[in-house]
Write a protein that binds this ligand. Structure first.
Ligand code: XMP
Length: 536
C-alpha cells in the first residue's frame, strides 16, 4: 500500500535464485516488490487463478525478466512517494519489454510517471472503502459491475494523465482510479484488487492474467510436484539427500516429496529429544518407515537432552542447550550416512521473503526463535529447498496429494524446543509426563468439539506453581496447568481464542480427574503482542 499504511522494506529476494528458472510451457507472472504489505498477497491471488506467480525484487533487470519469459508483470504498491529521493524505482527498460504490466497504487504511479503523466499529493488522503464507477467494461474490466467498492490506501495520485492513457474507472476524489495506455499493454489501478475489501478484485486479477496476458490458468499444485521432482532429480544425480524430519508439516512434505522423487537415495533423520508430545515419534515411524519406506534414522537422544537440561529453568538457557545439543546429535548421525551430499529443508515462501525484512522488524525476532531446532549453514551440505515457492496452504495441498494423512497435514505448529518451553521451571521426566497427558486431553477435546482446524495453535502449559485444593475430604497441594489457544493468520500477531465454556469445562474436568498431580486449570486470555504464543 502507499503512503498512509504501515510499511515494510522491500523484500531482498534474489531473482537469480536457482529456483527462479524459466521452465518451458509454464505461464508465469512476476510481481515486482516495492515494499507493500500486500505484495505477497498479490502473488497468492494470482496463484488462485491457477497461474504460477513469483515475487521478485523491484530492481530486477529487464534483461533478466526477458530470460524468465513471464507473460505479465505486476508492480506492487509501496510506502514511498515516487518523486521522493531514493524511492525504489524499476529498471526503466521494463516498460519497453512489450510484456503486459499492471501497476497497483505506487506501481501505477511509477508506470504513469514513466510514461509522461504527473503524480501529485492528493487533496486528501484516501484510506478505506470507496465507491468506484466503471467507465469502460472491456479487457481488464470485462464482466465487472457498473459500480463496485474498491479499497484505497494512498496519499499521492496520478494527475494530468498523459494523452496516451485513458480512464477505465473513477471514484469521486480520484478520476484516474483505473487507467490503460491506448497502444501499449500498460494498466494502472490506484486501488488494491488483492485485498478482500475490494469487491471483485479477484475478477480484475483474473482478467489481467487471462484476458490481457493470455495465461491459460493450468497451473496446479500437481504441476509443482512434477516440476520439483524434475529439479530434484537433475540436481541430485546419484548422490544421497538427507532430510531432517521434525514431525511437522513442512519437513514431512519435503520427506514425502524426496521419497517420491528419488526413493532410496533419500535418508531422513528424526531426533527424539524426549520433549515430544505423546505418539509423535510413533507417527513419524509409521508414516516414513512404514508407508513411504524411507531410510529413516530415529536417534534416541532423550537421555542426552534431559541430562543437559537437568536443573535448568531459565528459558533462554533451555533454548540454547536444546539448539546446541540438537546440532551435535544431528551432525553425528549425518556423518554416519555415507555419500550424503545434500540437505533438504522445508523453507517456505514467506520465510524467503521475511529473510529480506529489516533486522529490527517483528519477522526478524520470530526467526531467531525459529533457529532453535534448526540447522546451521556450516554443516557442509548443499541445500535443497523444494518448498521455497510455496505458501503454507499450498504445502498442505501438496502433502495431501503426496499421500500424507490429514492429521499430519493439518497439524498445529510445534516449536523446535518442544515441551521444554511449555514445562515452566525444572524439566523432569515426571513433569513432562504430566504435561503430555494434559496436552493430549486438550487436543482430544478440541477435536471432539470440531474446533481443531478453526484454531491455529492450542496446547497445555505446566506452571511451576502449586496451589491448594480439596479432593474428597482431603486437602491437596498440587500443580497448576494452563491452556493456551490462539487464532492467527501469520503467528506474528495472535488473538486468544474465545473457547466455548463447555469445551473448557470438559478439558478442565478431565485434566483434574485423569492427570495425577494437577488440581487447578486456568485459561490464558492474553493476545500477542504483548504476550507471545509460547510461554517461554
Ligand atoms: P511465539 O511464542 O514467538 O511463537 O509467539 C510464534 C510461533 O513460533 C513457534 N515457535 C518456534 N518454532 N522453534 C520453532 O520451530 C522455536 O524455537 C520456536 N519458538 C516458537 C510457536 O510455537 C508459534 O507457532
Amino acid at each position: 500500500m502507499t503512503q498512509t499504511s504501515a510499511s515494510r522494506p522491500a523484500a531482498d529476494i534474489q531473482p537469480e535464485g536457482a529456483d527462479t528458472v524459466a521452465l518451458p510451457g509454464e505461464d508465469r507472472i512476476l510481481v515486482l516488490d516495492f515494499g507493500s504489505q500486500t505484495a505477497q498477497l498479490i502473488t497468492r491471488r494470482v496463484r488462485e487463478q491457477n497461474v504460477f506467480c513469483q515475487l521478485v525484487r523491484h530492481d530486477i533487470t529487464a534483461e533478466r525478466i526477458r530470460e524468465l519469459q513471464p507473460k505479465g508483470l505486476i508492480l506492487s504498491g509501496g510506502p514511498a512517494s515516487v518523486y521522493a529521493p531514493g524511492s525504489p524505482q524499476p529498471d526503466p527498460a521494463i516498460f519497453d519489454l512489450d510484456i503486459p504490466i499492471l501497476g497497483i497504487c505506487y506501481g501505477m504511479q511509477l508506470l504513469c510517471r514513466a510514461s509522461g503523466s504527473g503524480v501529485q499529493p492528493g487533496l486528501s488522503r484516501e484510506f478505506g472503502r470507496t465507491s468506484c464507477e466503471v467507465v469502460q467494461k472491456t479487457g481488464l474490466f470485462e464482466n465487472m459491475p457498473d459500480r463496485f467498492t474498491a479499497w484505497m490506501s494512498h496519499g499521492d495520485q496520478v494527475e494530468n494523465l498523459d494523452q496516451h492513457f485513458e480512464v477505465l474507472a473513477s471514484t469521486e476524489s480520484c478520476r484516474s482510479a483505473a487507467v490503460r495506455h491506448v497502444r501499449r499493454p500498460l494498466f494502472g489501478l490506484q486501488f488494491h484488487p488483492e485485498v478482500t475489501h475490494t469487491e471483485q478484485g479477484g475478477l480484475l486479477l483474473k482478467n489481467f492474467v487471462q484476458e490481457v496476458c493470455g495465461c491459460r490458468g493450468t497451473w496446479q499444485i500437481h504441476s509443482l510436484i512434477d516440476r520439483e521432482t524434475e529439479l530434484i532429480r537433475s540436481r541430485v544425480g546419484n548422490s544421497r539427500v538427507i532430510c531432517g524430519l521434525s514431525g511437522g508439516v513442512d519437513s514431512s512434505v519435503v520427506a514425502a516429496l524426496l521419497a517420491s522423487a528419488i526413493g532410496e537415495q533419500s535418508s531422513c533423520i528424526f531426533v527424539d529429544n524426549g520433549l515430544l508430545r505423546s505418539g509423535e515419534r510413533e507417527q513419524v515411524e509409521r508414516e516414513f518407515s512404514g508407508h513411504f519406506k524411507t531410510d529413516l534414522h530415529v536417534v534416541d537422544a532423550r537421555d542426552r537432552f534431559l541430562g543437559e537440561l537437568a536443573g535448568v529453568s531459565d528459558p533462554q538457557e533451555k533454548r540454547r542447550i536444546i539448539g546446541r545439543v540438537f546440532i551435535e546429535v544431528f551432525r553425528k548421525e549425518a556423518e554416519s550416512i555415507p555419500d550424503a551430499r545434500f540437505l533438504a529443508q522445508g523453507t517456505l515462501y514467506p520465510d524467503v521473503i521475511e529473510s529480506g525484512a529489516s533486522d529490527d522488524g517483528p519477522a526478524a525476532t520470530i526467526k531467531s526463535h525459529h533457529n532453535v531446532g534448526g540447522l546451521p549453514e556450516e554443516l557442509g551440505f548443499e541445500l535443497i529447498e523444494p518448498l521455497r515457492d510455496l505458501f503454507k496452504d499450498e504445502v498442505r495441498q501438496m502433502g495431501l496429494q503426496l499421500g500424507l494423512p490429514e492429521s499430519l497435514v493439518w497439524r498445529h505448529p510445534f516449536p523446535g524446543p518442544g515441551l521444554a518451553v511449555r514445562c515452566l521451571g525444572d524439566i523432569t521426566e515426571s513433569r513432562l509426563e504430566t504435561l503430555r497427558e494434559a496436552d493430549t486431553i486438550v487436543l482430544d477435546e478440541l477435536r471432539k468439539a470440531g474446533l481443531y482446524r478453526e484454531i491455529q495453535q492450542a496446547f497445555a502449559v505446566l506452571l511451576p506453581v502449586k496451589t491448594v485444593g480439596v479432593m474428597g475430604d482431603a486437602r491437596t497441594y498440587e500443580d497448576t496447568l494452563a491452556i493456551r489457544a490462539v487464532s492467527t493468520d501469520d503467528f506474528m500477531t495472535a488473538d486468544w481464542y474465545p473457547m466455548p465454556h463447555e469445551v473448557l469445562g470438559r478439558m478442565s474436568t478431565r485434566i483434574i480427574n485423569e492427570v495425577r498431580g494437577v488440581n487447578r486449570v486456568v485459561y490464558d486470555i492474553s493476545s500477542k503482542p504483548p504476550g507471545t504464543i509460547e510461554w517461554e
